[in-house]
Every structure is written in structure tokens, then in C-alpha cells.
Write a protein that binds this ligand. Structure first.
Ligand code: GDP
Length: 320
């Protein structure tokens, strides 16, 4: 499987992704080995996050942008982070045939969102998925998400560039948009700028530009761009790619992409430690009895919740 992935074999890659998505303990050992081998192959990729509400045109946009890239001979992988499946048991992103043309494209690889019990789990699998795709020779990794819960923050924490797709003409361009998302965006693209919608899109564009000026400049000096496009009619897509390319050239030259990745790596490491500690702690067999006992004492008010927590931890660390 390792050599298949490194050779860029799509079937091996798909199997590798299934392996890292598995919950079985023995699969985890193999998955870790696979990831280590993939990490050893250093590549220069572009990791791009794309977000927007359902219906904004994400899949149409990804199909248009993706086709442009593959026509240039660029290998593209599309991954997704869809935590909605954990809430509603049905996924928002995966319930229709999406990106049909791209799915047939030799230079493209599309994978639906991993499922999982928590956003943290889905995010970790997607991060590992990125590493596999890069080792398989994919140069651009698009990670799509819907603005559900914290999924945008999770995707932002694994990409170099974060693109927010918006619609014009709703009359409330700046309302209903989570402030944090504006701050995270490296670019805002107004989609469906076609037909009668063109004028509205131009208005929305200048409103967003004005609004973005109110935010403090980013540490890296990049000023978020506002563009418009029609994903359906394939207009404005090449300009968006030019803008993204300019960002990467600047970022590689000035080192801010490397810095962002270092920061992300540090955070992933710390998050993984937290996750492992949590699992180890809660899987301790003696833990359940002790927990029940202390819960009862908290209930009876014979111990404070804080003291009880301390005791539980002390017990775990030193059961003697
Ligand atoms: P998603 O839910 O964000 O992935 O959105 P889709 O890509 O599925 O698009 C939702 C609907 O909007 C579909 O009917 C698309 O054909 C339509 N759509 C997408 N992009 C455009 C566009 O640029 N212009 C117009 N007029 N319609 C679009």
C-alpha cells in the first residue's frame, strides 16, 4: 500500500484513506506507519480551504476551478470536512452526486468527508488524508466545508489559504456572516455573478472590500482580496487562480506559509496529546468505579466538584 500511494496509484490511495479512517486498534498501528512513510516524502503543495453555506455553489466552483487546474496538468485532490453527519446522521456535503466531471478526470481525486463521532476526529483524519494525498503527488489539495459549528475553524487550521464563497443580493451582505469567518478569510469570492445578479455582485464586492478594511491587517501582510465569479458559466475562475498563485508565491518567498504550517503542526501535536491523554484516562479500567464513587459524593455534597476532580486525577496518576 505504501509503495502504491507513493507511486500515485488511486486505488492504493483510496485504501490508505480507508485505513486511516478505521477505528480498529490494529489498523491504527498500520495507519501510523503509512503516515510516517508519506511524511518522509517532502512535497510542495498548496492546501486550500473552501467554505460557504449550502447552495452557494461550492461543488460547482470546485468543478470549475478543478477543471482549470487539471487542464494545466496540475494534480488535484478534493477532500471534505462535514461534521453535520455527526449531528444529524446525514451529511450535507455527501448526499448528492457532486463534481461529476471532475470525478472522471484522471488528474483529480475526490474523497467525501470521513465520518466520525466528533469534529476533532473528522479533522484529524482529514489532516492525515492531506499527507497521503501529497505523498501520492497531488499538488493542490482543496478542502471543502460547510459553515456548520466549528468546522470552518478546523479547516482553517489545516490549510495555507482560506477562501470564503458568498452570494450577493440577499440584501444583508454583512449581516449573518460570522465575524470570525471574515477574519479567517484570505479571500472572499462572490459567486453567481451572472445574469441579473451581476450588478448586485458588484455592489456586494465593494461592500465586502470596505468591511475588510475595518479589520486589522494580517500578521503576514496579506490583504484579503474580494473577487466575483460565475462558477456555472466559468467566468472569473482564472482570475481567482491567479490571485491564489500570487498568494503562494509571496508566501513561499516571505516564509509565511512555512510559518503558518509550523504553527499548525505545533497545534496538531498539542491537540493529539490532549486527545491521547483523554482516551487513556477514560479507558483506565479502575477509573469507572472511582468515577461512580466520586460522582455520588459530589451528589451528596460530601466533596466539592473541584476536590473530586483532583482526587480522580491523583488516583489515575498514582493508584497506590
Ligand atoms: P453547494 O451546496 O455550495 O455545493 O452548491 P452547488 O454547487 O450544489 O450549487 C447550488 C445551485 O446553485 C446549483 O443549482 C448550481 O447550478 C447553482 N450555481 C452554482 N454556481 C452558480 C453560478 O455561478 N451561477 C448561477 N446562476 N448558479 C450557480
Amino acid at each position: 500500500m505504501i509503495s502504491g500511494v507513493l507511486k500515485g496509484d488511486k486505488t492504493a490511495l483510496a485504501r490508505g484513506l480507508t485505513l486511516i479512517e478505521s477505528n480498529k486498534k490494529e489498523d491504527r498501528t498500520n495507519a501510523n506507519m503509512l503516515i510516517e512513510q508519506c511524511l518522509a516524502k517532502r512535497t510542495q503543495s498548496k492546501r486550500i480551504g473552501i467554505t460557504g453555506v449550502p447552495g452557494v455553489g461550492k461543488s460547482t466552483f470546485i468543478e470549475a476551478l478543478g477543471t482549470l487546474l487539471t487542464s494545466k496538468g496540475i494534480k488535484l485532490a478534493v477532500l471534505a470536512v462535514d461534521p453535520s453527519s455527526t449531528v444529524s446522521k446525514g451529511s450535507i456535503l455527501g448526499d448528492k452526486t457532486r463534481m461529476g466531471k471532475l470525478a472522471q478526470d484522471e488528474n483529480a481525486f475526490i474523497r467525501p468527508s470521513p465520518s466520525g463521532a466528533s469534529l476533532g476526529g473528522v479533522a484529524q483524519r482529514t489532516r492525515e488524508g492531506i499527507i497521503l494525498c501529497e505523498a501520492a503527488g497531488y499538488e493542490v489539495i482543496l478542502i471543502e466545508t460547510v459553515g456548520v459549528g466549528q468546522s470552518e475553524i478546523a479547516v482553517h487550521s489545516m490549510v495555507d489559504f482560506f477562501l470564503l464563497l458568498k452570494l450577493a443580493g440577499a440584501g444583508d451582505e454583512l449581516q449573518g456572516i460570522k465575524r470570525g469567518i471574515m477574519e479567517m478569510a484570505d479571500a472572499i469570492v462572490i459567486n453567481k455573478a451572472d445574469g441579473d445578479n451581476k450588478k448586485q455582485a458588484a455592489i456586494a464586492r465593494s461592500e465586502f472590500e470596505r468591511a475588510l478594511h475595518l479589520y486589522p491587517p494580517k500578521d503576514n501582510g496579506w490583504i484579503p482580496k474580494v473577487l466575483s465569479c460565475s462558477a456555472l458559466q466559468n467566468e472569473g475562475i482564472a482570475e481567482i487562480w491567479e490571485m491564489i498563485t500570487a498568494y503562494f508565491e509571496l508566501g513561499w518567498q516571505k516564509g509565511f506559509i512555512e510559518k503558518r504550517r509550523q504553527e499548525q503542526n505545533k497545534n496538531w501535536f498539542l491537540q493529539t496529546v490532549e486527545g491521547l491523554l483523554y482516551t487513556q484516562f477514560y479507558q483506565d479500567p479502575k477509573f469507572q468505579d472511582q468515577l461512580k464513587n466520586l460522582l455520588q459524593r459530589v451528589d451528596e455534597r460530601s466533596i466539592s466538584p473541584f476536590k473530586a476532580a483532583e482526587e480522580l486525577l491523583k488516583y489515575h496518576l498514582d493508584p497506590s
